[in-house]
Design a protein around this ligand. Structure first.
Ligand code: MF3
Ligand code: CO
Ligand code: CO
Length: 310
C-alpha cells in the first residue's frame, strides 16, 4: 500500500502548465550518414506490415537499438535544472552522429528536432526548445536511431533536481509498468497480454494509461504493425510470434485523461497540467518471451532493464 496515492498528493503533483519556447533550426547531418527514405522523399510511407526479423536483420536491428540506448544514456546525463531541452537535443544529436546513426525524428512528418522532450504534463512529442528545465520537473527524452536500414526506439523519463515523492511514484510506476508489459510477452499468447499487465497495475497505483497512443512494430519501418495497446483491449487477439519486433511505450497520467495538441502540431499536453510519464523499449519475441533490444553492449539502459525484486 505504500505506493498508493492519497488526497494530499494531488496538490504536490500539480504543476504550472509548461510554456512552449522558441525552437532552433534543424541540426545538420553529415553526408556519409544515410537517412531513412522519408527524409529524402518528404513523405512517410509506413507500411502497416509486421516486422519479423531473421538472423541477419536482427543483427542490424540490435545495433540500431544499442545506439539508441547509448544516445538515451548520454541525453539523460545532460538533464539538470537550468538546461534547455534544446541543449539536450544538441547532446543527443552529436551522440547519434558520432555513432554513424541518423536521428529518425529529424524531418519525420515535418518534425525538426532529433529527439522528443516531453516535460511534466506534456504527454508526448514535445519539441526541444529554449525553456530551461526547472528543479522538480520531469522530462521524457525519446530517442530513435536509424542505422544500417533499421530503427531502434527507446525513451525514459528523467528527474530534474529534487522531485517530490508523488511525482517520483508516477515515474517509477511507469518504468515498472513498461517492464511488466515486456515480461508478459510469450509467443502464442495474444497481444492484449501487454495491456492486461500494464493497465490494472497502473490503476492500482492511482494512475491511468493513455489510450490514444500505442506501441508499434519497428524495424526497417519506424511505425509499423502491430499496434500495441497499453490498456486492456479485449478483442486484440492476434498472437505474438517469434521474430516480431515492436515497441512497448506506455504513458501514464496522474490527473485527468483529456489532452490537447498545441498549435505546433506535435506537443500533446494534458488539460489539467498534472504530470505524465513514459518509458519505451524496442523488443523482439523469442521462443520463450521477449528480449529487450534497446540496451547497451553491457546490458544497460536509462529506461531500466529488470523488475526490482519486491
Ligand atoms: N519516438 C516516437 C515513438 O515512440 C515517435 C516520435 S516521431 C516525432 O514512436 F516525429 F515526433 F519525432
Ligand atoms: Co519513441
Ligand atoms: Co515508439
Amino acid at each position: 500500500m505504500k505506493h498508493k496515492r492519497c488526497h494530499g498528493d494531488r496538490k504536490r503533483l500539480q504543476r504550472d502548465p509548461v510554456t512552449l519556447g522558441a525552437v532552433s533550426p534543424p541540426r545538420s547531418v553529415p553526408d556519409h550518414i544515410v537517412p531513412p527514405s522519408y527524409v529524402t522523399t518528404g513523405t512517410v510511407s509506413d507500411t502497416r506490415t509486421l516486422q519479423i526479423q531473421d538472423d541477419d536483420s536482427l543483427l542490424r536491428l540490435r545495433h540500431a537499438c544499442q545506439v539508441a540506448a547509448e544516445v538515451l544514456i548520454e541525453a539523460g546525463e545532460a538533464v539538470a535544472p537550468g538546461v534547455t531541452t534544446d541543449a539536450i537535443d544538441a547532446v543527443a544529436h552529436e551522440a547519434y552522429i558520432s555513432r554513424g546513426a541518423y536521428p529518425s525524428d529529424l524531418h519525420y512528418n515535418g518534425f525538426t528536432k532529433s529527439v522528443c522532450t516531453s516535460v511534466n504534463g506534456v504527454v508526448c512529442h514535445g519539441i526541444p526548445d529554449d525553456r530551461p528545465l526547472q528543479n522538480g520537473d520531469i522530462v521524457n527524452v525519446d530517442v530513435t536511431a536509424f542505422i544500417d536500414g533499421m530503427h531502434g526506439d527507446t525513451s525514459a523519463t528523467f528527474m530534474v533536481g529534487e522531485v517530490d515523492q508523488p511525482t517520483r511514484g508516477l515515474v517509477e510506476t511507469t518504468r515498472e509498468a513498461t517492464l511488466r508489459g515486456i515480461a508478459a510477452v510469450r509467443p502464442g499468447l495474444p497481444l492484449r497480454c501487454i495491456g492486461e499487465a500494464i493497465e490494472p497495475f497502473a490503476l492500482s497505483r492511482g494512475f491511468t494509461v493513455v489510450r490514444e497512443y500505442g506501441g508499434h512494430g519497428i524495424g526497417e519501418t519506424f511505425h509499423a504493425a502491430p499496434h500495441i495497446y497499453h490498456h486492456v483491449e479485449r478483442d486484440d487477439v492476434a498472437l505474438f510470434q517469434p521474430g516480431m519486433s515492436f515497441t512497448i511505450e506506455p504513458m501514464l497520467l496522474s490527473g485527468g485523461t483529456s489532452f490537447t495538441q498545441a498549435e505546433d502540431g506535435w506537443t500533446e499536453h494534458v488539460d489539467d497540467a498534472m504530470p505524465s510519464a513514459q518509458f519505451e523499449h524496442t523488443v523482439i519475441v523469442t521462443d520463450t518471451g521477449a528480449e529487450i533490444l534497446t540496451v547497451t553492449a553491457d546490458g544497460k539502459s536509462a529506461a531500466g532493464v529488470a523488475l526490482s525484486p519486491s
